[in-house]
Write a protein that binds this ligand. Structure first.
Ligand code: SAH
Ligand code: SF4
Ligand code: F3S
Length: 473
C-alpha cells in the first residue's frame, strides 16, 4: 500500500523531469484479464481528467475489458475524481453509496477511484476508514501501472491503494482511446508550480513538467493522418510551457511549430495571465489555424484579493493584457474564471470584480464560490464571508456575466462563421452541433454528411449560451 502525503506533494526540487518511453507494459498474462468483463468509468473535473480517462479506457481495452455506458451491468467501475472544490468531493462520496449497493448485489464487482481526490491524504484516510470495501485506488502519477494494480487487487481480494506523492516524470507510451474522431486533447505539460493559495492542483498533479516538443508535434502529425481537425493543447498554465525544459523553447515556439503542422484548428487551455507575453500574441495573430479564443482566468478584480490568492498580477495588468489581445485580434473571444467569497473579500472588493467584468465584457465565464481545500494556505485564513453573502455575490456576478454573454452572441446574428460539425445535437438529433472558431456552441440545420467537417454556418438566432444556424452550401 502506498498512500499520499501532503508534505511530500508540496515539495519541489531541481531534479530534471525524466521522459520514459517504455514504462507502460501489459504483461502477457494480463492481456486477457478483462475477457467478457465490462467496465464503466465516470469522469469528474477538467479536460486533464477527461484526457486521463481516454488513457485509462485504452489501457483497460488492452486488457480485454469492454466499455459499457451504464454502471448497472459493469464488472469494473472506476470514478476518475476531481478535488478542486468541495462539491466535487460530495458528488463522488454520493456515488460511492450507489456503488456499495451494487457491490452488495454482486460481490465480484471491482470498484475503484482514481484522479485528483485519490492524491489527497485526507480522502485516502477517509477511504481506509469508511470505504475499505473499495478494491482499487490509484493516483494521477501511476495510471500506467493500472494493469498491475488491478491484478494485485484481484489476487489478494483486498483494497489495493497505490498513490504516489512525487513530483512526477513523463510517461510517453500510454495508449489512448479518444472520445471524438474530429477533435483531440494533446497534453503539452503536466502539473503546476504556481501554487495559487486556494488551489489543490499543485498537490494533486505534481510539479510542472513540459512534454518534449518532438512528442507533441509527432502526436499532432499522427492526429492529422487519422483525420482529426482540431487539437486542444492542455496544461494548467500553458503559457509557462517550456520554462522547465533544459533548452530554450517556449509556448510561442511550440504554438508556431504546431501551427506549421497544418492541423486545421489549434486551441490551448488554460492561460495564466502572468506568463502571457507579446510574442505569443504575435504568433496567435499570425497563424489562421490558431483559433481566436482565449480562456484567461481573472479570479478577482480586487488587487488586495489577487495578492491574497498569490496570482502575481494586478487588476490593471490584467486589463492591459486583455486590451492588447483585443486590439491585436478584435474578433477573438475571451472567457474567464472568477471566484467569489474568498476570505476577506468585502463588498468593495466584489464591486471591483464587477467593474473589471464591466470593462472586459467577457464572452462567458465559469464562476465559483471559494471552497477551502485542506492543505492549501487559503484554507487557513479565517473565512469571514457569510454563505448568504457568497450566494448573493455569485448570483449578482452570474447575472452580469450572462448579460455580456448574450451581448457578445448578438454580434453574430446573420453573420456567417466557420463551425467544426461534431455530430448531432443532444436535444434534437435532427439538428447538427459544433463550435465556431471562437468557441461558441451552435445548433445547426444541415445534412449529416457535414459531420467532421469545418463548414460555413449562417447564424439565425442567438441565446445566452448557444446560437442557432444553417449550413451555407
Ligand atoms: N490552471 C487554471 C485553473 C484550473 S482550476 C488557472 O490557473 O487558471 C479551474 C478554476 O477553478 C480556477 O480558475 C478557479 O477559478 C477555480 N478554483 C480553483 N480552486 C478553487 C477553490 N479552492 N475554490 C473555488 N474555486 C476554485
Ligand atoms: Fe491552480 Fe493556480 Fe496552478 Fe491554476 S495556476 S492550477 S489556479 S495553482
Ligand atoms: Fe479537478 Fe484535478 Fe482537474 S482537481 S480541475 S481534475 S487537475
Amino acid at each position: 500500500m502506498q498512500t499520499p502525503n501532503l508534505l511530500k506533494a508540496r515539495q519541489r526540487t531541481n531534479e530534471q523531469t525524466l521522459t520514459k518511453t517504455n514504462e507502460y507494459i501489459v504483461k502477457e498474462n494480463l492481456k486477457k484479464l478483462g475477457l467478457k468483463k465490462k467496465y464503466y468509468i465516470k469522469t469528474y473535473g477538467c479536460q486533464m481528467n477527461e484526457h486521463d480517462t481516454e488513457n485509462i479506457k485504452a489501457i483497460l481495452e488492452e486488457m480485454s475489458f469492454e466499455e459499457t455506458p451504464t454502471m448497472d451491468n459493469a464488472d469494473l467501475i472506476l470514478l476518475n475524481t476531481c478535488a478542486i472544490r468541495e462539491n466535487a468531493h460530495n458528488k463522488v462520496f454520493g456515488m460511492l453509496g450507489r456503488i456499495k449497493h451494487l457491490k452488495e448485489q454482486n460481490p465480484n464487482l471491482i470498484a475503484g477511484i482514481c484522479g485528483c481526490m485519490a492524491q489527497e491524504e485526507t480522502v485516502i484516510n477517509e477511504i481506509l476508514e469508511k470505504y475499505n470495501w473499495l478494491d482499487i485506488v490509484f493516483g494521477t502519477h501511476n495510471i500506467h501501472n493500472l494493469p498491475n494494480i488491478l491484478y494485485t487487487s484481484i489476487n489478494k481480494k483486498d483494497l489495493e491503494v497505490e498513490v504516489l506523492s512525487i513530483e512526477g516524470n513523463i510517461i510517453e507510451n500510454i495508449p489512448v482511446k479518444r472520445d471524438s474522431k474530429y477533435k483531440a486533447w494533446v497534453n503539452i505539460m503536466y502539473g503546476c508550480d504556481k501554487f495559487c493559495t486556494y488551489c489543490i492542483v499543485p498537490y494533486t498533479r505534481g510539479k510542472q513538467r513540459s512534454r518534449k516538443k518532438e512528442y507533441i508535434i509527432d502526436e499532432v502529425k499522427q492526429l492529422i493522418k487519422q483525420g482529426y481537425k482540431e487539437v486542444t493543447l492542455l496544461g494548467q498554465n500553458v503559457n509557462a510551457y517550456g520554462k522547465d525544459l533544459p533548452e530554450q523553447y517556449t509556448m510561442s515556439n511550440l504554438l508556431e511549430d504546431v501551427a506549421k503542422t497544418g492541423i486545421k484548428r489549434i486551441r490551448f487551455v488554460t492561460s495564466h495571465p502572468w506568463d502571457f507575453n507579446d510574442e505569443m500574441i504575435k504568433i496567435i495573430k499570425k497563424y489562421d489555424n490558431i483559433m481566436p479564443y482565449i480562456h484567461l482566468p481573472l479570479q478577482s478584480g480586487s488587487n488586495k484579493i489577487l495578492k491574497l490568492m498569490g496570482r502575481r498580477y494586478t487588476k490593471e495588468s490584467y486589463i492591459e493584457l486583455y486590451k492588447k489581445l483585443k486590439e491585436a485580434m478584435p474578433y477573438s473571444s475571451i472567457t474567464t474564471d472568477i471566484i467569489v467569497g474568498f476570505p476577506n473579500e468585502t463588498d468593495q472588493d466584489f464591486q471591483e470584480t464587477l467593474n473589471v467584468v464591466n470593462e472586459c465584457k467577457f464572452d462567458s465565464a465559469f464562476t465559483f464560490i471559494f471552497s477551502p481545500r485542506i492543505g492549501t494556505p487559503a484554507a487557513k485564513i479565517a473565512d469571514n464571508v457569510t454563505l448568504e453573502e457568497k450566494n448573493q455575490r455569485l448570483q449578482q456576478l452570474n447575472e452580469l456575466i450572462n448579460k455580456y454573454s448574450k451581448e457578445a452572441n448578438n454580434n453574430y446574428l446573420n453573420k456567417t462563421v466557420p463551425v467544426l460539425i461534431e455530430g448531432t445535437s443532444e436535444k434534437n438529433t435532427k439538428m447538427l452541433m459544433g463550435y465556431t472558431d471562437t468557441m461558441k456552441l451552435v445548433n445547426i440545420e444541415g445534412p449529416k454528411k457535414y459531420i467532421g467537417e469545418i463548414v460555413n454556418v449562417k447564424i439565425t438566432d442567438v441565446k445566452t449560451w448557444s446560437m442557432d444556424g444553417k449550413v451555407i452550401e
